[in-house]
Design a protein. Structure first.
Length: 117
């Protein structure tokens, strides 16, 4: 099983980034997918979640209206489009997979997003 994140970078405030998470080794379409983030000295928090069939999404209040989660089940990939980035969005972003019956879950290794001028 692998979840490989990419797309993290250094970006100025107000900028945009798109994170990708490529999944392999499990039946992607049977997993709800999420993005979490963890800033230094803080807990890992959920940022956005998308259902296995992509028919529902959920966002942390701090990113609503700025971030969009999506998935392509044909490509086994989940995305996080991040717009209007703020310094407080700086964190390591992790991809998370949870099986629809909650029996299994997996984490990626994380990708660093830094928002700074």
């Amino acid at each position: 099983v692998q979840l490989v994140e990419s797309g993290g970078d250094l970006v100025q405030p107000g900028g945009s980034l798109r994170l990708s998470c490529a999944a392999s080794g499990f039946t992607f379409s049977r997993y709800h997918m999420s993005w979490y983030r963890q800033a230094p000295g803080k807990e890992r928090d959920m940022v956005a979640t998308i259902a296995s069939t992509a028919d529902s999404t959920n966002y942390a209040d701090s990113v609503k209206g700025r971030f969009t989660i999506s998935r392509d089940n044909a490509k086994n990939t989940v995305y996080l489009q991040m717009n209007s980035l703020k310094p407080e969005d700086t964190a390591v972003y992790y991809c998370h997979a949870k099986e629809v019956l909650w029996r299994f879950e997996y984490w990626g290794q994380g990708t660093q997003v830094t928002v700074s001028s």
